[in-house]
Structure formats: C-alpha cells, structure tokens
Write a protein that binds this ligand. Structure first.
Ligand code: PGA
Length: 248
C-alpha cells in the first residue's frame, strides 16, 4: 500500500508570520505520527523559503503551486522548476484548474511543465477534472481521458501524482459522491496502466475539491483514493490535521 498523501494547497494566501506559524504547527503536530501518511504543504512562491525553514527536515514535504516549462530565461514573473528544487521542494502542482481556466493553460503546456518538473527532480502533481457542464453532459470520464492523454509525458515521471479535482467542487463546499470519485479514480487508474504498464498502477491518485474533516474519512476510504489535495481547509491547522487523521 502506498503512503497516503495529504497535500495542502495554500493558493494565494498567507503572509510570512502566519505562514511560518502554520507550517511550524503542522510540523510539530505530525512529527512522530502515522508512518502510513505523507504530509505536504504548497505555499505561494513568496513563502517557500520561510515555510521550508519552519518545516525543518521533519515529516512535512514542501511543494510549489506551479512552474515554468523552461529551466531559466527571460520569463518575467515566472518561476522555474530547478528554482523550486533549490528551495527544498519535493513536489510541484501543475495544471490546477485555476491555472487552466484563470490563465488559459492548455494540456500541452501542462505536459511541458510536468516534464520540466521531472527533469528538475520534482514529483509533479498533475491536476485534471471536468467542469459542471461537462459533467451534466455525461462527459466527465471522457474529459479526464482527454486531459490526461495530453497532460502526461510519454515516459512516466518519477513520483508522479495525479489529482482528480472536479472543477465544480473546488472551493464550493460541494464534493463529488464517493461513488463518482471511485468511478473517476478507477478510470484514471486504468488509463495510467494502459499508458505506463504496471508502473502506472503505482501512481498515487488524490481527490481534491472541498475536502473537509467531515467528508475526509469517506473520501479517503474510497477505492483508488491515495490521498487528498486540500485547498481552503489546509489553511486551518485543526481542519488540515483532522483531514489526514480521518484516513482509514
Ligand atoms: P478546496 O480546493 O479544498 O478549497 O475546494 C482544492 C484545490 O483547489 O486544490
């Protein structure tokens, strides 16, 4: 059984003192805890260094929320994967729907970012998910198929994680039912196996979208769910810890 990954995506939230305090508290709380859980926080770029220092070398990994496909160059405002690695990141989220929709990122670009992450020694967390209209039209699984086919590199990146995040569930308080999550994750598992063979079966699959302490137990017990990508609730110490601790 792979360790379940409990990942906090802080998005564009947090100033230094607050971020350091939260990071320190998470690290203190999970130290010496369950070894079947892996904890990860992905703060905004501005907080990577102080949060990394606050986490120390302990049980909580550090990740970025995005990276540029190029390793360096004239790209004002962007951050490259080797820069994240240099700051101690082990992971980077790519293709989050807030990037795909808010910044017009295509799956081709997400694939280039995924490759850049892998080249830099980061484990990419590739996000996919259907929107409300696609779901209503019965196209949810087809959308996942399309996004994955175009967002993933030909070669399996080391440590690849795929996050299923239905767009309509992000930040809305609505979660997919365990049944829908099982169907989506089962489908993704099959696609990864078809693409990468047996190694593809070992890719961890996270569910994301309004994960809270009161639904985490059921979601994390759902078949083919290997962890959670948590937005809003990851900014609250008690809620974030409770989500991880709800894992069966
Ligand atoms: P949410 O965000 O938990 O606030 O819905 C999840 C995400 O966007 O990763």
């Amino acid at each position: 059984m792979p360790r379940k990954l409990i990942a906090g995506n802080w998005k564009m939230n947090g100033l230094r003192t607050q971020g350091e305090e939260l990071a320190r508290a998470i690290a203190d709380e999970v130290a010496g805890g369950r070894d079947d859980l892996e904890w990860l926080v992905c703060p905004p770029f501005t907080l990577l260094a102080p949060v990394g220092a606050a986490l120390g070398d302990g049980a909580v990994a550090l990740g970025g929320q995005d990276c540029h496909p190029q390793p360096s160059g004239a790209h004002t405002g962007d951050v490259a994967a080797p820069m994240l690695r240099d700051l101690g990141c082990a992971y980077v989220i790519v293709g989050h729907s807030e990037r795909r929709h808010g910044h017009g990122e295509s799956s081709d670009l997400v694939r280039a970012k995924t490759e850049a992450a892998a080249r830099a020694g980061l484990a990419p967390i590739v996000c996919v998910g259907e929107d409300e209209h696609q779901r209503a039209a019965g196209k949810a699984l087809a959308v996942l198929e399309e996004q994955l086919a175009a967002s993933l590199p030909g070669q399996l990146p080391d440590g690849l994680v795929v996050a299923y995040e239905p767009v309509w569930a992000i930040g809305t308080g609505r979660t997919a039912t365990a049944r829908d999550v099982a169907a989506a994750h089962g489908h993704i598992r099959g696609l990864l196996a078809a693409r990468y063979g047996d190694a593809g079966r070992g890719v961890r699959l996270l569910y994301g979208g309004s994960v809270k302490p009161d639904n985490a137990g059921e979601l994390l017990a759902t078949s083919d769910v290997d962890g959670a990508l948590v937005g809003g609730a990851s900014l609250k110490l008690d809620a974030f810890l409770a989500i991880g601790r709800a894992a069966p």
